[in-house]
Design a protein around this ligand. Structure first.
Ligand code: TMP
Ligand code: ASP
Length: 237
């Protein structure tokens, strides 16, 4: 499959068209961004690690019955995916309090959330991804009520599958963000990526941070932590 033209350049991935109108190529770059693109650095090996990590996780999710856009890995940093029309609503589940929730509500970081919470954010860097809700998404036509219900159902299903997967590998899945799109048949399909760039993972015993918070907070050892997560899960790098 040959890359044709660049369709979209995001903060960490570039999307290319292919000669098949139903397929796109995702290229995972080494660019690492935080605070809606305010802080950007190139981290060696990150593109390769995230591409392989994403392939591993998406395959597990497919096997658990969650429709994903994954087709096949093409190289260290490129993956062939189904073309989706992306919905600009980011779905976040939190199992423990961290990040913007702690800032917004003044709660203690690390507090377990029972049951887990579900939040939606508008994908818009210029507005810093403001929190939205189902009513706003429907009124502005970002998604239909049926699509939003499916996205929520699938996000909770992903949480069940991945909480167990990370738990077995000695990690807590603190929170994560998913993006969905609509395929040519009108189905809601999981798109974008799942990697330590878009979730929080802590060591179960020490609560050491093993995700992009190491970059956001300047803790160092960012890619080394991603590689540790991959190694604990048995992801071949
Ligand atoms: P938050 O605490 O900043 O709201 O983020 C919650 C989780 O979702 C965290 O794992 C990071 C992820 N996330 C992204 O990866 N990109 C985003 O644009 C947002 C809003 C969240
Ligand atoms: N992914 C967003 C960014 O790159 C938000 C974040 O992770 O802090 O700016």
């Amino acid at each position: 499959m040959e890359k044709r033209t660049e369709l979209y350049r995001g903060k960490a991935k570039t999307v290319f068209t292919t000669d098949n109108p139903d397929r796109l190529i995702l290229e995972f770059r080494n660019d690492t961004s935080a605070f809606d693109g305010e802080k950007v650095e190139q981290l060696d090996r990150k593109g390769m690690v995230n591409n392989k990590f994403n392939n591993f996780i998406m395959s597990k999710l497919e096997a658990a019955g969650i429709p994903t856009q994954l087709d096949q890995v093409l190289s260290d940093t490129e993956t062939l995916v189904k073309k989706l029309s992306m919905i600009p609503v980011e779905c976040v589940i939190r199992n423990y309090a961290a990040g913007s929730l702690v800032r917004r509500l003044g709660v203690t970081e690390g507090q377990q959330l029972n049951p887990p919470t579900f939040e939606q954010f508008l994908k818009n860097d210029a507005l810093h991804d403001p929190m939205i809700n189902e009513s706003l998404a429907i009124s502005f036509g970002w998604a239909t009520a049926e699509q939003l219900a499916k996205m929520k159902e699938l996000t909770f299903k992903v949480n069940q599958v991945l909480q167990a997967l990370f738990d077995e590998a000695g990690m807590l899945l603190v929170d994560f963000k998913l993006e969905f799109g609509v395929d040519s048949a009108g189905n809601i399909v999981l798109g974008d990526e799942f990697s330590p760039d878009g979730c929080r993972l802590w060591d179960k015993e020490t609560r050491k941070k093993l995700d992009k918070d190491r970059f956001r907070q300047g803790l160092g050892g960012v890619v080394e932590a991603y590689e540790e997560v991959a190694s604990r899960l048995g992801v071949p790098l």
